[in-house]
Design a protein around this ligand. Structure first.
Ligand SMILES: Nc1ncnc2c1ncn2[C@@H]1O[C@H](COP(=O)(O)OP(=O)(O)O)[C@@H](O)[C@H]1O
Ligand SMILES: [Mg+2]
Length: 316
């Protein structure tokens, strides 16, 4: 069995008494590309922030196990933990359009990230920046380094963000909605880039997206989250050939077809992801589910379709 870079059991995140993420268990193996999908508000961002200890203040986190690179993450000394995150874990956070400081030239923002963890001169740091920038497909690297973020296109800025996350050659890269602000051609380029990094450098990836259609072509394994819980998990083929949870089916049905005409309306999933009552017993999707009945109030359990594929629906 491959080494687990992240191994989480029963992760729960609360704001005061309100449950936001409820009993999430998952792992990611070395070399894998894992997708986490679900509508906005499902708890995807909080889950990964919880894993790497970057939760906003005021949130309470509990878990039976949080192992990162084989180490008990929450019980190691603070400095060691920061060091581990800085060196081995690259993060492309959500809303990266606003992530770069607008008034500081790219070269200064980027070089600092490298200088912080490596005993090198500024010149050496800049050479490393140029090298990694060309690896993520940025041409004209000197000009980009000398630019302010607002002088670059959205696609270029996102490449800069990815280059920054890759500076220290992390073993694991977590990208939170990395293509959401980009148009569809650039989206594909950025996802192709992640795939290349994964193949060439064997970098393990966690890609978070609200768009199942996007991760479909790239991820080996997919986790579907709804209202703070995992409702289905499986290898990509298992999930697409045999989706079991009605929520997964609904997500698949709203994947836009590439041939769709502009005027055609996309079918949508009616209703919203609930903000409250996430710790209730039974299936949390039942209020939106066309198959719901009394049975759905019974405690949820994992129904295994195969060793690698399970879902939490009691109907299928
Ligand atoms: N700092 C916070 N305090 C209280 N609630 C929060 C906080 N951050 C996020 N939430 C709530 O937690 C839920 C999950 O949020 P998030 O992880 O950002 O979802 P996603 O990334 O799937 O869109 C949402 O209902 C959101 O309103
Ligand atoms: Mg998010």
């Amino acid at each position: 069995m491959r080494k687990k870079l992240i191994d989480i059991e029963n992760l729960t995140i609360k704001a005061e008494e309100k449950t936001l993420v409820n009993g999430v268990t998952f792992h990611v193996c070395e070399g894998e590309m894992l997708g986490i999908v679900g509508e906005s508000g499902s708890g995807k961002t909080l889950t990964v922030k919880g894993v790497v200890n970057l939760l906003p203040e005021g949130l309470d986190i509990k878990a039976d196990k949080v192992e990162v690179f084989g180490k008990d993450f929450y019980h190691m000394p603070y400095r060691e933990r920061r060091e581990l995150v800085g060196r081995k874990l690259g993060l492309v956070p959500q809303n990266t359009v606003f992530y770069l400081h607008p008034m500081i030239k790219i070269k200064n923002q980027m070089a600092d990230g490298y200088l912080h963890y490596n005993k090198v001169t500024k010149e050496e740091a800049l050479a490393r920046c140029e090298d990694i920038m060309s690896q993520v497909g940025l041409r004209d690297t000197k000009r980009v380094l000398n630019s302010y973020p607002w002088q670059l296109s959205g696609g270029m800025r996102q490449r800069v963000n990815i280059a920054m996350a890759m500076l220290n050659n992390p073993g694991l890269l977590i990208a939170d909605e990395p293509t959401t602000a980009l148009d569809s051609t650039i989206q594909k380029q950025v996802m192709d880039l992640f795939q290349n990094i994964n193949k060439k450098m064997n970098t393990t990836m966690i890609i978070i997206s609200h768009d199942l259609g996007l991760v479909k072509y790239y991820c080996d394994r997919i986790i579907v989250m709804y209202a703070g819980r995992i409702v289905e998990m499986g290898n990509k083929n298992e999930l697409f050939e045999n989706p079991c949870h009605p929520y997964t089916k609904a997500l698949i049905s709203v994947i836009p077809s590439l041939n769709i005409k502009k005027e055609e309306r996309l079918s949508e999933i009616p209703g919203y992801v609930p903000e409250d009552g996430r710790d209730m017993e039974g299936c949390i999707f039942r209020d939106r589910c066309e198959f719901a009945s009394e049975e759905c109030q019974n405690p949820e359990k994992k129904n295994f379709v195969s060793e690698t594929h399970y879902h939490t629906c009691c109907k299928f």
